[in-house]
Design a protein around this ligand. Structure first.
Ligand code: HSE
Length: 290
């Protein structure tokens, strides 16, 4: 392999009660071009990416080197050109896309022939939460369990739905958003939440988006604690639901809000959302299963 070119989709993790286990791939991408070089070089094609390190401490390069090392291979020095439509630190999987891109680089330049399962497993190990990285590998909506190297997952398509992202100007660090959560949950609340998520998955698979939407908004693991970090939470949710959306939830650790609606309603809803200031509201297609 002398050179390669590929793209990795954005992701929206949690989808309400699927905290740390359910995620969705979206049609916004990290674009990578890479070729063998006599030294490491990283070129960013977008000004907003210039805050990222361009040396071996860059998450994408670091991941590629670590993965190569795990398989006892040496990654050749590369010239990497990176562009990304995924806003950094906004809950749309920008770090996840860099990790998955690093795995892809190691796979291609070291001839590892990793399976989809191995890519999801390695990415979950590095990121810690499969909901963020899994959909970037599989596409579609992803449901995964990862603990101590053990991984189970499924991916599926959500036909007929569109996503609207409402992206505030400020950032929320994932560590801070996790610190806002309690250390433990009350047993009955956890039991109830388990039931909500189980039915939610059946509703998604059966394309019963009305039921899906109601259950997505019954999270008690993270939304009740994180919603106060997002000033636009109440207004975006109210406007979206009033205009026919199925659900509005926090995308990943926020601050982006994810609204799911029927494809035919997306233009009307995004138009209604446009009155909410200091936020970019955008319709995005769901990236289908690979
Ligand atoms: N499930 C994770 C969270 C996604 O909400 O913290 C971000 O890594």
């Amino acid at each position: 392999m002398e050179a390669t070119e590929f793209k990795i989709p954005a992701t929206s993790a949690n989808l309400g009660p699927g905290f740390d286990s359910i995620g969705l791939a979206l049609e916004k991408f990290l674009y990578i071009k890479a070729e063998k070089n006599d030294r490491w070089e990283m070129k960013f094609e977008r000004e907003s990416l210039e805050v990222l390190p361009s040396d071996e401490t860059n998450l994408c390069i670091r991941t590629a080197m670590n993965i190569a090392g795990e398989y006892h291979k040496t990654l050749p020095k590369l010239k990497i050109t990176m562009d990304s439509e995924i806003p950094l630190t906004h809950g749309m999987g920008s770090s996840a896309s860099a990790i998955v891109a690093g795995i892809e680089l190691a796979d291609q330049f070291c001839g590892l022939h990793l399976s989809e399962y191995e890519k999801v497993q390695r990415a979950s190990e590095i990121e810690g939460h499969p909901d963020n990285v899994g959909p970037a590998v599989t596409g579609g909506f992803f449901v995964g369990y990862y603990k101590n190297g053990e991984l189970f997952y499924y991916s599926h398509d959500l036909k007929g739905l569109a996503a609207i992202v409402s992206i505030p100007g400020y950032e929320i660090d994932t560590k801070a958003a996790r610190a806002a959560l309690p250390q433990s949950y009350i047993k009955q609340d956890a039991v109830d939440q388990n039931a909500v998520t189980n039915v939610l998955l059946m509703a998604m698979i059966n394309q019963d988006y009305n039921t899906m939407g109601q259950l997505m908004m019954k999270d008690s693991f993270h939304e009740p604690y994180r919603r106060y970090l997002i000033h636009e939470y109440d207004e975006v949710k109210a406007v979206s639901l009033n205009h026919g959306a199925h659900a509005t939830v926090i995308s990943g650790a926020g601050p982006t809000l994810l609204t799911l609606c029927d494809t035919n309603d997306a233009a009307l809803i995004v138009d209604a959302l446009s009155v909410i200031p200091d936020c970019v509201h955008e319709v995005i297609d769901i990236h289908t299963k690979r």
